[in-house]
Write a new protein. Sequence first.
Length: 415
Amino acid sequence: MRRTPLALLAAAVVLAPARADLPVGFTTNVPVTAPTRLDWTFTVTNRTVADPPPTLLEAGYDSAQQRFDLYLPPRKDTKQPLPAIVFVSPGDDAGGWKAFEPTCTKLGVAYIAVRGAGNNVPPPKRVRIVLDCLDEVRRQVPLDPDRTYLAGFSGGGRIACLIGFALPEHFGGVLPLCAAGDLRDEPWLRHRAADRLSAALVTGTTDFNRGEVEQWRGPLWRDLGVRTRIWVQPGLGHAVPGAATLGQAVAWLEDDRPRRAALAKRHPATRADPARATPPAHAAALLAEAKAKTADPKTAYPGLMLAKGVAARWPDLDAGKAARAWLVEYEATGDPAWEKDDIAEQRKTLVAEARSLSDYALKGVPPGSPYEKARPDMARRAKSLWERVIEDSPRSDAAAAGRKYVAELEALAKK
């Protein structure tokens, strides 16, 4: 399971004119005035694209046509960064405000709910709309990256996860409701998610996505080191949870602020900063962090993976080229110490994926669920993962657990 630390792409920041002050209180249909400066292309690809092709975003897309609902709490100090919740609906409506209103008004949390970004919209466009709306607020109101949370219901929750796990420096956590999403494949972003983000997942006792949340995604994220907690609201089906449950989830996300602040103090590039907003500055800061981590044997592996991420994400920038050259020089030293950590992480990931998918297939899909017909395919995928675990380390405890799972999965896989 050896992997070399090389591979990924580039970014662009668009500066925009200022707009009139955003109003305090709740306002509907707030217009966007300029394109987002946030890296939406990296969110939907494996690299930053300065000039996106029409296949990525429809020709004629106009940021100024996007709208969102906004709540801004009263503020005594307008320079003090605000906490914020960004909400993505599965429909073209904004949604969610009534459920979040008690928490936002009590705690002084800004609320941004996008419009026109429902499940019928292609994912790249949904992501672009969300980031257009978020950045529109950021131009006028300082938002605290450590306390900005991406939330969404059903398919909107999947988009919230997609954005949060791709751009973790801009957020403190994700709050998917009755759904979840995938972590990024890049090791450095998985490390970022574990080091910085919290994931509050909420489902209901009769939600058809409960198994996905409770048996699959939540346990997987937790096993991979992401601070994760699951709420199952009694009597709730596939619907936006109640205000009390959401209040608990937001409070739990807020509890992790000290860890995020401490991390940013040690490694400033883990938190978004206007001083590093341009791609060259951000890439250079990440490369500096990578080199600092690699100097310590205890953090050499995540440092190498971070350098790999810089080289792959921004290959045309000076920092990307420097990262690639530095990785080649590092490999030339012949120091294989990082490989032990790399293999250990691959094994941990494989076992976590096998266990969580098995539990979902075996006990997470109730009769009548829209996913019931997919259970045999889930079982085959889980069985294949366990077979890899057993082949890799046949005498391990994980292999012993895998054999038991395989025995249960075989009957289901044949259906």
